[in-house]
Design a protein around this ligand. Structure first.
Ligand SMILES: C[S@@+](CC[C@H](N)C(=O)[O-])C[C@H]1O[C@@H](n2cnc3c(N)ncnc32)[C@H](O)[C@@H]1O
Length: 397
């Protein structure tokens, strides 16, 4: 297994923890440490010129298509209640700003009752969001889930490409039992066995058998039976952070809808015998790697969501499941084809901008990339049978 030089801060951290930590602890440190973490420090940049692009970072069309869905859900709240659009993990703040602008332009009465609430645990990212949202047409507040729980709001909550940044546990079948994978520090003699100084190395290592709480999660995923036909060394992820996150989200939203948009697979696909190394990926400067130990604190680390794990975690945390679609289908239901067609009627003097918008719209529905993202909607405290535009059939052209 490849090892990589450990930066001094991680050497100290790992020594303090006895030289080995579960993968989830390592992932938390390298993403969210306020000084060294890729998000915590604000080092990672979202966008086509940054480390990786997301749908809203490609331009305003994604938010323009999503806005009618947000408006529909906000309109399902009682008329006399003030409203919030809560974005968790807003990254650069593109989506929040574009949605606020769309609401203010096309639903002014609704916008007049709506505030924007940003939930961003990483100070470095929040700083950039504040700068971008200085021009926001809606009032904005940055609050933690804990602060929101003291005075929960009504409205809509978004989690766009945020749950894939929650630390995952890596599990390994060693041929006889399930074990937890972790990151260890290798310190020792130089290559010749001498006492020359050698930089300590990081390495992925299989550690203790799975603790009971994690082992209990294997059964619904079809992994409980010994080995379940997995070869020794087969490795994947579990998502213990999802349930606590969804509980916190539920405590923050008195009534309304939650839209999760992320990479996700059904359990049968996620945990298929042939997917022997899980879904963990690292991203930096538009490059991708499956090595999570590269330059810790400089790469984004993400793992797909497992749909059944997410839905179970949400329902046990008090959310009702409204349904799910692939992003391609969701955006077609929200009028993407009409928007694409509408570009042809625009002023040809704007040709370069029109071509780049056309390219962005096609990327959003490309089934091999962004179009394969899942949109999963949940609700709590909403009266009646709340409808969702994105779950309907696409309009006829
Ligand atoms: C991949 S970026 C997504 C940015 C944006 N939503 C977009 O799609 O362009 C992940 C964002 O989630 C934030 N984040 C990470 N963990 C979080 C958590 N537990 N709760 C809320 N936000 C979190 C990161 O700091 C970052 O702003």
């Amino acid at each position: 297994m490849t090892s990589h030089p450990a930066p001094p801060w991680l050497v100290d951290r790992l020594r303090d923890h006895g030289g080995w930590v579960p993968f989830s602890t390592y992932m938390d440190w390298v993403l969210h440490d306020p000084v060294q973490g890729a998000y915590g420090s604000g080092r990672l940049q979202v966008g086509p010129r940054g480390d990786f692009a997301t749908s809203p970072s490609l331009g305003p069309d994604f938010a323009a298509l999503l806005a009618p869905q947000i408006a529909q859900w906000l309109q399902q709240q009682p008329l006399d209640c003030s409203l919030a659009l809560v974005e968790t993990g807003p990254g650069e703040g593109h989506l929040a700003l574009q949605l606020a602008e769309a609401l203010a332009a096309d639903w002014p009465a609704l916008a007049a009752r709506t505030e924007l609430v940003l939930v961003e645990p990483n100070g470095g990212m929040a700083e950039r969001q504040r700068r971008l949202l200085a021009a926001c047409p809606l009032p904005c507040r940055w609050l933690s889930f804990e602060q929101l729980a003291l005075a929960p709001v009504c409205g809509v909550m978004l989690a766009h490409e945020v749950l894939d940044a929650l630390p995952v546990e890596r599990i390994v079948w060693d041929g006889a039992q399930w074990r937890r994978q972790g990151v260890s520090l290798r310190e020792g003699a130089g290559p010749g066995g001498g006492s020359e100084a050698v930089q300590p190395q990081l390495q992925l290592d299989t550690g203790e058998p799975l603790p009971t709480q994690l082992a209990a999660q294997l059964e619904p995923l079809g992994l409980a039976v010994a080995g379940a036909q997995r070869a020794a060394g087969w490795c994947s992820e579990l998502h213990p952070g999802l349930h606590p996150w969804l509980q916190q989200a539920a405590a923050a939203l008195k009534a309304g809808q939650l839209l999760v948009v992320d990479y996700a697979h059904e359990a049968w696909r996620y945990y298929a015998p042939q997917r022997s190394q899980g879904t963990l990926m690292a991203y930096r400067q538009q490059g991708a790697s499956n090595d999570p130990l590269l330059e810790p604190g400089h790469w984004d680390l993400t793992a797909h969501l497992c749909i059944e794990t997410l839905v179970t975690a949400a329902t046990t945390a008090g959310w009702g499941f409204l349904g799910q679609r692939r992003q391609g289908e969701a955006l077609l239901a929200l009028g993407l084809a009409q928007r694409l067609h509408g570009l042809q009627q625009q002023d040809p003097a704007q040709l370069p901008q029109l071509l780049s918008r056309r390219e962005a719209l096609l990327r959003l529905v490309d089934p091999t990339t962004l179009g394969d993202f899942r949109w999963l909607a949940f609700a709590r405290g909403v009266a009646g049978d709340p409808q969702s535009l994105f779950l309907q059939d696409p309009p006829l052209a």
